[in-house]
Design a protein around this ligand. Structure first.
Ligand code: SF4
Ligand code: SF4
Length: 390
């Protein structure tokens, strides 16, 4: 979004500081501000930076300014806590500053591999496009490119190219097949959804992928796209309608789709999974949506025999971010891992032995953080727990 489009919101911030903590419980809300303890890394400071850039007294060519703009995880926690009229436009303002920087050729070197990866291989990691469907090799799953399925499972970049996470998409396919769903995958024909490019200011790349994805899924005549990726899901839901193309399919996240399959009796839990778990709400599955998917994953977990669900202090709308969003895991891994470690410490306080979530970006970041910080917590996607129980 161009900076011009957010000018109405730049002067809304009263600098009251309410966005720094979760309302009423007074625990930190903003990962970047909390890590750096400098006003300009908090949402209120970023609103000041935006005013300065807009008025020409600050310049995006200043590395310190851009550093602060890119150290935002797009968690929207500030938008949840702030009560002033501009509150739904705080990240939009950050995103507009990023767009402005890209437009002026002020590229963040942390995103160069993403940018060239998209241009060359249609994924944010620059991995060979031909390997995109490799995760499904041991499975007997249909190739959806010939238009012979009702439902397409969209793995997304992270689950397609991280072998340590392949148990997630494989579990999803096995659950759907056990339920009798005619599911297929696009394999090497699946592309990035383009959402990460949008969040980091590369609007042209986003539009290209959004248009291509909508055209492709429309042409295949499928009823539904099901995805495990919270980021991708929110982009399909929030950003795709803005590119002006008719979408003749619905997008569902696995937690809501599997909830329906359980309610219809198509998925039943036959095995006990004796585990004390706590659930992490991904920002893109919560605050990024008009109606966050907070109950769906919890309902699924509670229905599984043997699962004991215990809650952290900051949950649902007030959830603390995993740290990986908004391009931070690529451009500022220190901030991403610090934020994840803060969450893991909170999770450990519950006495749970496992942290369950429903986003591969969260899962990857927590796994990286457990390798370096809080040990002893296993990290799972909801689908992996369901797979253990069917
Ligand atoms: S963003 Fe909202 S809550 Fe934060 S300082 Fe500004 S007005 Fe207050
Ligand atoms: S979106 Fe999250 S990281 Fe960014 S300013 Fe708001 S609270 Fe801080």
């Amino acid at each position: 979004m161009p900076l011009d489009n957010v000018k109405d919101w730049l002067y809304g911030c009263t600098h009251c500081g309410t966005c720094k903590d979760v309302l009423n419980i007074f625990v930190p809300a903003c990962p970047s501000g909390e890590k750096y303890q400098v006003e300009s890394y908090f949402p209120s400071g970023r609103m000041f930076l935006a005013r300065g850039v807009n008025e020409g007294v600050l310049s995006l060519s200043d590395d310190d300014i851009r550093d602060r703009i890119y150290a935002c995880t797009a968690c929207l926690s500030c938008e949840q806590q702030c009560g002033v009229y501009h509150h739904q436009h705080i990240f939009e303002t950050v995103q507009a500053l990023r767009t402005e920087a890209v437009t002026r050729g002020l590229f963040n070197t942390g995103y160069m591999s993403m940018y060239y990866g998209l241009r060359g291989e249609d994924n944010v990691f620059g991995k060979p496009k031909a390997e995109r469907g490799d995760w499904a090799k041991p499975l007997d799953v249909r190739n959806a490119t010939s238009g012979n399925v009702d439902v397409i499972y969209h793995a997304g970049c992270m689950l397609s190219f991280d072998p340590q996470l392949w148990n997630v998409p494989r579990s999803c396919i096995e659950i759907m097949k056990a339920a009798g769903v005619e599911v297929g995958i696009m394999g090497k024909e699946e592309n990035c959804c383009g959402g990460r490019a949008y969040e980091t200011g590369y609007i042209g790349e986003f539009t290209k992928y959004a248009e291509h994805t909508i055209d492709t899924y429309n042409s295949l005549g499928v009823s539904s796209i099901v995805t495990s990726c919270s980021d991708g899901y929110s982009f399909f839901r929030n950003l795709y309608p803005k590119v002006g193309k008719d979408m003749r399919f619905q997008t569902l996240h696995t937690v809501e789709y599997f909830g329906s399959l359980v309610s219809e009796g198509k998925v039943t839990f036959k095995r006990e999974v004796p585990m004390k778990v706590t659930y992490h709400d991904p920002c893109h599955l919560g605050r990024h949506l008009a109606a966050g998917l907070y109950d769906q994953p919890r309902d699924l977990l509670k229905r599984i025999p043997g699962i004991q669900l215990v809650e952290m202090q900051r949950i649902r709308e007030n959830s603390w971010c995993c740290g990986a969003g908004g391009g931070v895991s690529q451009a500022n891994p220190d901030l991403a891992l610090w934020t994840a470690n803060e969450r893991l410490k909170e999770a450990a306080l519950t006495g749970a032995t496992a942290l369950v979530t429903s986003c591969p970006w969260c899962e990857r970041n927590f796994k990286d953080a457990t390798a370096k910080g809080v040990a002893g917590l296993q990290v799972y996607d909801v689908a992996e727990i369901i797979r253990m129980a069917i």
